[in-house]
Design a binder for this molecule. Structure first.
Ligand code: NDP
Length: 318
């Protein structure tokens, strides 16, 4: 184990983690960000048009701007998975990474976002990376001129379908309900695209193919099973909170596995804070995650200062 003790280890490098890093580092906290990648979900978004200050910016480009800004303040990065966090009797933490590195920290900010939900149908696992993909932005260009299906009815699916309509020959958009869940501006764009065929009330039942995806089988509500021949399947059906690995800390979680936080981003474990999509906040948006990361950082700083208030007390004096 390294002797170095970080004031804060931030797990995750999306908008919440990187904003937290900018704030902790600017408060002279020795900060380490540990993450598998930079940007999280935002880096997989083709065009971000709702982050204030940027009329339109690529998701990855935005994430790289966060990273560069954080790096300027002296933040250190480690690109690895975190496997375990243990609280010691001193109140400090030991963070264990996938390569068995052990890192000491006085506080922790959990900001590792959500992970893509799977279809859980036969053939999906076997053909993942062989035509089944969870990222249109990353893999879309591989399907230029081909026939693809996008699954889902939320903003991610609408975004992916619209993006793929510019590259692919034919795009099928399979929605399991009879309506979309996403924003009307995206719905209008999808409806306007000539090569997107929308299929409502369709539940996926199987992915077919030997060495690569060949077809998708789905069942129309109260109707027959249908099969469409496609080269690629883009699964855009939302995300799950993967928090089982934190079990030993006895963190309070919601039914969906999200980390429960107070209005100031504290968890029920002293010294552990959380921010962004992995928490119970309702709106999972980049700009909100950035703000939440800021709050978590300031609260971690305050904790290290002995929980003294950072801002003046606004309570009216009698
Ligand atoms: P959502 O949870 O919003 O939508 C998931 C969609 O997948 C729903 O239509 C859901 O159907 C469907 N679904 C879930 N499970 C299955 C399944 N097993 N088979 C078929 N369909 C399934 O997730 P998103 O990833 O779309 O969005 C997540 C968040 O990110 C949202 O807050 C969204 O607004 C935001 N976002 C914003 C973007 C933007 O502003 N441009 C771009 C991308 C995401 P059902 O409705 O039946 O549950």
């Amino acid at each position: 184990m390294e002797d170095k003790v970080y004031d804060v280890v931030i797990v995750g490098a999306g908008p919440s983690g990187l904003t937290a890093a900018i704030y902790t580092s600017r408060r002279s906290m020795k900060t380490l960000v540990i993450s598998k990648d930079i940007g999280g979900q935002i880096s997989l978004t083709e065009d971000v048009e709702n982050y204030p200050g940027f009329e339109s910016i690529g998701g990855l480009a935005l994430a790289q701007k966060f990273q560069a800004q954080a790096a300027k303040t002296g933040v250190e990065y480690l690109f690895e998975e975190v496997c375990q966090i243990e609280k010691q009797s001193t109140g400090d933490f030991v963070v264990q990474t996938g390569s068995k590195k052990l890192i000491k920290a006085k506080t922790i900010i959990l900001a590792f976002g959500l992970t893509p939900r799977n279809l859980e149908v036969p053939g999906e696992k076997e053909l993942t990376g062989k035509g089944v993909t969870y990222c249109a932005t990353c893999d879309g260009p591989l399907y230029r001129g081909k026939n693809v299906v996008v699954i889902g009815g939320g903003n991610s699916a609408l975004d992916a379908a619209e993006y793929m309509s510019k590259l692919a020959n034919q795009v099928y958009l399979l929605v399991r309900k009879d309506k979309f869940r996403g924003e009307s501006v995206l719905v209008d764009q999808v409806r306007a695209a000539k090569n997107i065929k929308i299929i409502f009330n369709a539940a996926v039942t199987e992915v077919k193919g030997t060495s690569r995806v060949e077809a998708l089988v789905y069942q129309i509500t109260d109707g027959p099973k249908e099969e469409i021949a496609v080269d690629g399947i883009f699964v855009e059906i939302g995300h799950l909170a993967s928090t089982k690995w934190l079990q030993n800390l006895n963190l309070n979680l919601t039914e969906r596995g999200e980390i429960k936080i107070t209005v100031d981003n504290e968890t029920n474990v002293k010294g552990i804070f959380a921010a962004g999509d992995i928490t119970q906040i309702t709106y999972k948006q980049a700009v909100i995650s950035a703000g939440e990361g800021c709050k978590a950082a300031l609260q971690a700083y305050r904790y290290l200062q002995g929980d003294k208030p950072l801002t003046p007390d606004w309570t009216p004096k009698k």
